[in-house]
Each structure stands twice: as structure tokens, then as C-alpha cells.
Design a protein around this ligand. Sequence first.
Ligand code: GDP
Length: 358
Amino acid sequence: SLTLGIVGLPNVGKSTLFNALTHNDVLAANYPFATIEPNVGVVDLPDPRLSRLAEIFSSERILPATVSFVDIAGIVKGASKGEGMGNKFLTNIRESDAICQVVRVFEDDDVIHVDGRVDPMSDIDVIATELILADMETVEKAIPRLEKDSRKNKELVAQLEEAKKALAVLEDGRTLFKAQDEIDRTLLRELHLMTAKPFLYVFNSDEAVLGSQEKQDELRAAVAPADCVFLDANVEAELLELEEDEAMELLESIGQEEPGLKALARAGFNTLGLQTYLTAGPKEARAWTINKGDTAPKAAGVIHTDFEKGFIKAEIVSFADLDEAGTMAAAKSAGKVRMEGKDYVMADGDVVEFRFNV
Ligand code: GDP
């Protein structure tokens, strides 16, 4: 499954956040036979639609989709040159599908900042620069090879041109993700460039930032097109120790409607380019993870490979229509249930039953 790699400078709250992410029973409860890697945090993707489906179908249990975060230790200035834990760090990032940087915005004189002051955009630059330098090295090595090979293989000409464009972007000090409108990242896929991956920023905030829409808007605009989440890692850790009503009280006291981990799960899921569809029956109401743009047979294949091979059609009702109708029978008689074929592209909130040959 796809993962987000958590990175950040020392002392920004990575461990605190990661502990909060791993302090949950998702894996243990839903996948008792799965091996739990110590550096992987798996969280539920919150989806209030599932409890409504469970109500409609009298489902015994609810199985939400999950999002996986991998703790990547060891960024230091000079990582791109393999200093310190540099090489291992870069390998771990290459294996992640998106990069989630924890950035300190909270003020606290008791917590030392590596650069002596709290400056989120500068912290973002430090990490981006290491990744940009490492990508530059990769592209600089690839260009002569592509030049040679493209003389024989004309299909590589486009890749060569894209690599040259990418090098210019990197030399300009920008990530390929940020320059996504200027270059075709799919042509660069084989180079496994780190800055081409989607970025997500977690601004580890204090009450002052959580209470300031203006400050948040400013940071949000600065990191676009990357998404970002504002939370207080210490509060998130604390929330997990509390009973539900006490937790709600704490959240209210800092002006928040829900735990930041929920917003982080949603943003992480979106950043990975993922989407869900829903199934429901007496046994379970469940969300299944697919890529945005997947067709119905592809979506069926997530349940079982045989479902994809033997796909005939999908019976689909949108959650909104089913919710309004109240029962599947009512939705059917209202003409809200459609039969879709193999070219159908799944939409968010589709409630599905697949028909297939075995
Ligand atoms: P890491 O080095 O990035 O993993 O950072 P840690 O999670 O170990 O946090 C470093 C220090 O900052 C610890 O003393 C944390 O308690 C503190 N810290 C983490 N998050 C917050 C926060 O949101 N607010 C405040 N005031 N302190 C925090």
C-alpha cells in the first residue's frame, strides 16, 4: 500500500506526532495477522458515511480505509552528500509515495530550535534543498545516458528533453512538485526523483497559530500546491489518553472541532491521490481504497483479483441518494441504482455491488 514518509528537522515534534499516529489499535483490531512495523503508523481515514451505511444495512462492523505514515529519521543538512544518516534517509524517502514534512510553528523557549529561531519557511527550504541537490545529482547522471540512448531509441527523446527541463527547475532551487505545471512528471518516473513526489506539510502549531486564520492562510498559500494541516502534536498525544467527552472539552478549549489527526489522515489520503468506494451488507460496511480515476473492474480487483478478471458489471448508487432513500429497495424504486460497465470511472461515495463470473 502507498505510504507517506514523515520528515522534518530535529525538535519539531516528529516523534510526538508519530507516537500519536501509532498509538491506535487499527491494525491490531482489523488485521490481527498483519506484521506491525515499528516505523509505520496506520490511521483510519475518518468517514461518517460508514456508520450511516451500517445503520441502513444493519452491518455487524465497520471497516474504514486506512492511511500509512512511515517515520523517516535522520534528515540533517548535508544529507544529499550522504552525511550522517543521509544515505539511509534518502533511500527511505525514495521508497515513500509522498513526503509529509512536520514543520515547527509553535513558540516554546524550553524547546531548542536547531537554527535558533522559529522560521517555518526556512525549515521547509532546508529539507527541500537537500532533496533538490540529491535529485540534481540523479538527473545530471541520467542526461548523458539519455543522450546516448536516445540516438538509437527515439522514444527516449521526450524523456531527455523533460530531464533537461527538470534540471533547470532544480537549479532554480524549486521542487519538481512545485513546478508540476511546467513539466511532465510521468516522463521522469524512471528516475525516481524525490522532489517529484507530492508534498504535505504538518504545521506543528500552538494556540496562537490554531486561533489565527490569517497566519494559517499565509502559510497555506506559501506551500501551495502542497496541502497542509495545522495541529498541536502535544495536544494530539494528550487527546489519546482522554475519554471522549474530556477530549471534546480539550478540543473546544483550543477552538478545534476535531482532532488534528483526522484532518491529517484525510490530507494524507488525498495527497497520495487515493479515493474510496463503499460496500455494505449485514456483515460489514466498508471503504475500499483505489486510485483516483480507476475504472470499475480495477476497483473490483481491490476486493479480489478474480473480481477484476470476471467482472461483468457494477450495481452502483451514490451514497447521497442511498442516504436520502433510506433503504436499498427505496433507492431502486426511485430509479437511483445504476448498472455500470467496465469503462465506468469510479466516483467518490459510490456504494457498489459487483457482478462477476468466477
Ligand atoms: P523531533 O525531534 O522532531 O522528533 O521532536 P520531538 O517530538 O521529540 O519534540 C521535541 C520537543 O518538542 C519535545 O520536548 C516535545 O515535547 C516538544 N513538542 C513537540 N510538539 C510540541 C508542540 O506542539 N508544542 C510544544 N510547546 N512543544 C512541543
